[in-house]
Design a protein around this ligand. Structure first.
Ligand code: GDD
Ligand code: MG
Length: 320
């Protein structure tokens, strides 16, 4: 799993933590991707870079269902370089997963299709309205990928089927990636692999890339609607409408809620305050009679009594 990007589109939050540790519907983004993996996966390898130590510490403290190992890179190696750097001991074939994708996918079915087609790789594809922020595939009648363009202009997009960031590759793909330098797998490597037969696996469930503030909140709504954020009951002693996911030590007695809220570890919403469609990270305090809507609040943000926030993304420790 690739987990080494800087999360630039989620600054200032990502100045203090990697985006994969931002909680969505009650748990960090990264764990929602891990949840999709079949039980017979032998090992998950996290190709880390930016703030690798924080990811390491988090996964040690919160063991996942599957055995997990982190392989940090000293300098950012890009998606291809990160894969190559973590490639030793990889199974044949192996899954290559982005860590910021919120989707429903049947990986067993995808593996079956990969084996049946016998190509070098199978990329999970999702159909979207606007393909410009993604890698876009042109497919033939057998779902073989004939062309792949990363982040095209609309006029150059060959279809609306985009790389969902979940793929299966045969080990030999690692030989196609140069070592020791940054490599964009999507731009530099994938187009050259198409001659060796790469197939698309059309995914039909929801898909989102949680890498921007707007998509982060949309991803959280998708997860809650899919039942992946707990039962959605309101915390006891609160009013309004859930789902609200309460992480360890979060408190909200006497507060009111609208739907789609995560209260991170130790976050406090005081009596008379209101929160909806938002992510409040570890240690956030919303003082009495304040309100927070459509916002992502980084660790230890404090919203002063009576203040109203709408559509804000605030970095660690800000007082608003
Ligand atoms: N190890 C490592 N090293 N991982 C990295 C690095 C790096 O230098 N740079 C990025 N990553 C990781 C990110 O953490 C993320 O999980 C994944 O690689 C993809 O990087 P993003 O920065 O999120 O790329 P994107 O969203 O613009 O585009 C990618 O994802 C789309 C689907 O969400 C591409 O794979 C597109 O083709 C795809 O459509
Ligand atoms: Mg992304």
């Amino acid at each position: 799993m690739l987990i080494g990007g800087f999360g630039t589109r989620l600054r200032p939050i990502t100045y203090s933590l990697p985006k994969q540790l931002i909680p969505l519907a009650g748990k960090p983004m990264l764990y929602h991707v891990l949840d999709l993996l079949p039980n017979d996966v032998e090992e998950v390898v996290l190709a880390t870079g930016y703030k690798a130590g924080m990811i390491d510490a988090y996964v040690r403290a919160h063991p996942a269902r599957l055995p997990l190992r982190t392989v940090p890179e000293a300098t950012p190696l890009g998606t291809g370089g990160g894969m190559k750097n973590a490639g030793d001991g990889m199974s044949d074939p192996f899954f290559l997963l982005n860590s910021d994708v919120i989707a429903r996918v049947d990986f067993l079915e995808m593996a079956k299709q990969h084996a049946a087609h016998g190509g070098i790789g199978t990329m999970g594809l999702s159909e979207v309205e606007d393909p410009r922020p993604y890698g876009v595939a042109a497919l033939d009648a057998d779902d073989r990928i004939l062309a792949f363009v990363e982040k095209p202009e609309l006029a150059d997009a060959p279809s609306r089927w985009i790389n969902a960031g979940f793929a299966i590759w045969n080990r030999e793909v690692l030989d196609a990636v140069p070592s020791g330098r940054a490599v964009s797998f999507e731009r530099e490597i994938v187009p050259g692999l198409l001659d060796r037969r790469v197939y698309g696996f059309r995914m039909s469930g929801y898909f989102d890339d949680a890498g921007t503030p707007e998509r982060l909140l949309r991803s959280q709504r998708l997860l809650f609607d899919d039942g992946r954020g707990g039962k959605g009951a309101l915390p006891s002693g609160t009013f309004g409408k859930g789902p609200v996911a309460l992480m360890t030590g979060a408190r909200a007695s006497g507060a009111s809620f609208g739907p789609y809220v995560t209260l991170g570890p130790g976050a406090t919403v005081e009596a008379g305050a209101h929160v909806e469609n938002s992510i409040l990270m570890e240690g956030v305090v919303v003082e009495k009679d304040a309100s927070v809507r459509a916002s992502v609040l980084g660790p230890k943000v404090r919203v002063r009594s009576g203040h109203s926030l709408v559509g804000q993304v605030l970095g660690e420790g800000v007082e608003a």
